[in-house]
Design a protein around this ligand. Structure first.
Ligand SMILES: [Zn+2]
Length: 389
């Protein structure tokens, strides 16, 4: 955009990890960017590289974080300001945005992961629903809403909630041609322990056999009880083979990740996963692991139970094959998993599990695309194409 005066772009983002990632890489490129705390009272940025330290590693956790006092924000010193939706609604910062300075310099507002507006708006983070206010404060600015997953009707709803007039919708096909899609049955719920063994046993054997060659896998597990069971199962099955090197937790080739897990252990897992060839090969996880995760080496996503809708499913499997390597997404289900009385369960994911049609086609159709991008052999498309076509 051509402008003859300085411009500022506001970016609304739901997660610290996403903001930290982006602010770091912008700072690396010399762009004045910062992110705000959730209450909108002060900002955080990272030190730019100084001449004799040109190779400063902004990706390492040691890169220097520095505080941005509110006065610097009030002076309009930053070109990109990231923050949580909450910081834009009824805070010191939101009042600053109404000042003459900001009315003059804000040229664009970006809302990242905008599907959160409909997914989380009602109770968990109501600020998402009120983001339309921010749009109204800067009526003449450009507005850009970004999401990886939105159906046609979701796009319409979002435009309304965000007060957009005649938006231009640019949608890229959601197909991920390098991910093989697979559906499998699992044992019924009455088989309390066999049901779990059936899922984890083949994985434990494969891990034991392949060790460091085991494809990096995220296994999404329905609850903490199952996760604990799987973890113990792996410990018992692998014994001394559970470690790559010295027998310390950091060297274990499998790990678990859930929201109550110690923050330091979560960080170890996330750091490990950002490597191109991690020691950590298998992560047992609840949905807490995911959004904003930059894990190029993940080759396989296993769902022990289907999520309740295809939006969630698409997002979760999208963590596989980020570096373009052939990957797999396997989803297990039994009758209880797709029962009509399961809270939030949609008809589309039930059909995805049970119909004998191409999984890839069902997925892209749901998001409003007539066809997929995949152009390989039919048997490499999905488990249904392999068996039925
Ligand atoms: Zn197919």
């Amino acid at each position: 955009m051509q402008r003859d005066k300085p411009m500022c772009v506001l970016v609304v983002s739901p997660l610290n990890s996403l903001m930290i990632d982006q602010v770091m890489s912008l700072r690396k490129g010399g762009v004045k960017a910062c992110y705000l705390n959730i209450t909108g009272t002060h900002g955080i940025t990272y030190e730019e590289s100084i001449d004799d330290e040109e190779d400063i590693d902004f990706t390492s956790s040691e890169c220097l974080e520095s505080d941005v006092p509110f006065e610097q924000l009030a002076n309009g010193e930053f070109i990109l300001i990231y923050s949580h939706p909450e910081a834009f609604i009824k805070t010191k910062f939101s009042r600053l945005l109404r000042s003459k300075l900001y009315q003059d310099i804000v040229g664009a507002i970006v809302v990242d992961e905008v599907h959160m507006v409909s997914e989380w708006g009602d109770n968990f983070r109501p600020a998402f629903k009120n983001l339309g206010e921010v749009v109204c404060v800067f009526e003449d600015a450009m507005h850009l809403l970004l999401t990886a997953t939105a159906t046609v009707s979701a796009t319409e709803t979002l435009s309304k909630v965000m007060n957009l007039k005649a938006p231009v919708v640019v949608a890229e096909n959601v197909d991920r041609p390098n991910i093989f899609l697979e559906i499998r049955n699992r044992l019924p719920n009455i088989k309390k322990f066999e049901k779990y063994d059936d899922l984890i046993h083949p994985i434990a054997l494969e891990l034991k056999e392949k060790m460091h060659a085991f494809p990096v896998t995220i296994m999404y597990i329905e609850n903490l009880e199952a996760m604990g069971y799987f973890f113990q199962f792996l410990m018992y099955e692998l014994q001394d083979n559970a470690y790559d090197g010295e027998q310390i937790p950091q060297n274990r080739i499998f790990g678990q990740f859930h929201k109550d897990y110690p923050e330091s252990m979560k960080q170890i897992i996330i750091q490990e996963l950002t490597k191109t060839n991690p020691k950590l090969r298998l992560i047992l996880a609840t949905v807490a692991l995911g959004m904003g995760l930059n894990a190029p080496s993940v080759e396989r996503i296993i769902h022990c139970r289907p999520p309740t809708n295809l939006e969630k499913y698409l997002q979760e499997i999208g963590r596989a094959g980020r570096n373009g390597q052939p990957s797999t997404a396997v989803m297990f289900f039994n009758k209880n998993d797709i029962a009509k009385n399961r809270k939030g369960m949609t008809e589309e994911i039930r059909m995805y599990c049970t119909e004998q049609k191409c999984l890839r086609l069902m997925l892209v159709n749901y998001f409003g695309f007539e066809n997929f991008i995949f152009s390989g052999e039919r048997e490499n498309c999905c488990s249904n194409c392999k068996v039925y076509m």
